[in-house]
Design a protein around this ligand. Sequence first.
Ligand code: FE2
Ligand code: FE2
Length: 458
Amino acid sequence: MDDKMDQCEFAHVPIVFLKVLKNIQVYPKKHPLISQSLDRFMALIQEHEGLSLEVNKGYLYVNTDRVEITAANYVFIRLTIQTFNIIELREVEFLTGLVEREHLYRFFSAMAKAKSYNELLALLEKEGVIGVITRRSSESSEEGVRERAKKLYFHTIKVIKSFFEGKKREASLIKMKAAASYLTDLLRHSEEALMGLTVIKNYDDYTYNHCLNVAILSLALAMRTGMERRLLVSLGTGALVHDIGKVKIPISIINKPNKLTDDDWMMVKRHPIEGLSMVLDQWGISRDIAHILPAIVEHHLGMNYFGYPEWLRKKETSILAGIIHVTDFYDAVTTPRVYNKRPMAPVEAMQYLLDNSGIRFNPVLVKLFLNVMGFYPVGSVVKLSTGEWAMVVEKPSHSSYLDRPVVVVVADENGDPLPPRKVSLEDGEVRIVGASSQSPWNMGLDPMEVALYSFEEQ
Ligand SMILES: [Fe+2]
Ligand SMILES: [Fe+2]
């Protein structure tokens, strides 16, 4: 290798990338040059625990590092940028542990054929390519990110539903891990957009929404611990299916409006164990699910021998289960249910977590969760300095403005409804002067409507 290339660890990535592409354009599938170049590319993905190539303002970035131009790679960088620009591709990411050799081949074949970004997407869809994420050049805007967040949110609900309904093909382990990876990726680019959607609680069956919200909140929390990507994907996957065992509980108990009997409780408390056996049934035993299983079995176990299954109580649970224990509590108590028509307001739920920090909940995780949610979590109903009432729809984009989120004004000072109006409190004079102890439902608001309105308004 050229000495100069050693200066940048990614200098040779565009060379390997283009070699695969050119070989696939020229040779038939079984040609040894194709398998050699694919093997090399696969090794790069594994070595760097995932690989992303991005073209931005005429430069090529690999895993967010600008690729240094050398005499040996100059032409390859130029050609890669050209190839991306022709089909309006801004970024492609190959996810480690998810993208298989065959899927890599299908991706490059699609790249070789596509004449536009839409054509590329259609080919990837047709070939069922998993583990490769693409982004169009125009998607860099905030609008593009919001659109992607919304699509991903509702698509993931469908994936969870398939899994809960026992559809093996549509909800294989690899598809669920892919969903967790996409969530991780989008959270990294724009946490605000996905977090804003967690106020949606009852779009379809409550449990699907709940599992998705718990996955988003858990990943946002875990990212603040510096957790490595592979473990993040396990956490996301575990969270997406953590309540699968509930399908074994009779619906009459799940939706019982009055107090549960001791026998009912016995049934409910079995769901982590039922979940474990269902996941094993569907996905079998593999190294891949080693971290996913404790996230399912231990998610109702807290510190100091708190929670269930009682026979599994221990001093320390897995970190993944500890995270889900916090986010699961938060999402559950802020959601209206048949037996709980007056859910907690987000600020009230945060206060409960703080009051029980170090008693039931891991104090470090509670602190990090506070950092994720901010002073006024999305879904909070707040009073503004103008006297008007508003719902928080987006966290502040900057940590120095923790008390200045984006809100949608919903009522005047007397509580009479106003046409919705989106306001960013980051600029201007308007401030929050207090938070209501009522959840949006108790004030006659549908948070899903408000959240989706805010997504349409710029
Ligand atoms: Fe649960
Ligand atoms: Fe749960």
